[in-house]
Ligand binder design. Structure first.
Ligand SMILES: [Zn+2]
Length: 174
């Protein structure tokens, strides 16, 4: 095991060892919605979004999670990589990242918002906003995303309240 095991933020205890690294595949596995074909994000209605604009949608992930707020920001149109966005949308994205970060930080007891982009599952570009609770020092840093799968779900009334706070902030600010 690498010394990551000794980090205060490492979520696991006990005997562990890294998995053997398999040889590379011939090509990367295909992503869901490749080329916009059968893409769930393209087909999703605006229902459930907490904020929308002409070109963007912001929606929570399904159901309460361990972290107190998790949101996804997606362009309405099908783009894969951040570098595929036209300049006008890239500029807009920069402003939105800041605006959404501020809105999520308005939720009580949120210490920081991790703004993340992975793109290996679904191809449709999606940015993660993961609220990291304040003062739980084991949740600092990138393991917060793993802790999200370990912690008990946020009580649903608090999850809904948190989303309502974010929605209210976004409706009242630019
Ligand atoms: Zn799509």
């Amino acid at each position: 095991m690498p010394p990551v095991e000794e980090w205060a933020t490492f979520p696991f205890d006990g005997d562990m060892r890294p998995r053997a690294l398999r040889p590379p595949l011939a090509v990367d596995p295909p992503r869901a919605g490749t080329g916009g074909v059968d893409c769930d994000s393209c087909a999703a209605p605006d229902d459930g979004c907490i904020w929308t604009s002409e070109r963007w949608r912001l929606r929570p992930v399904d159901g309460p999670h361990g972290l107190p707020v998790i949101l996804l920001l997606l362009p309405r149109a099908h783009y894969g990589e951040p570098g595929d966005l036209p300049d006008e949308m890239a500029r807009e994205l920069g402003l939105l990242l800041g605006r959404i970060d501020r809105a999520v930080r308005a939720v009580p007891h949120v210490g920081r918002v991790h703004v993340c982009r992975w793109g290996d599952g679904g191809e449709h570009l999606h940015w993660w906003f993961m609220a990291r609770p304040a003062r739980l020092d084991q949740l600092l840093g990138s393991f917060a995303a793993i802790w999200d799968d370990i912690l008990p779900p946020t009580p649903s009334e608090i999850w809904d309240e948190n989303l309502a706070i974010v929605a209210s902030e976004l409706s009242s600010t630019n």
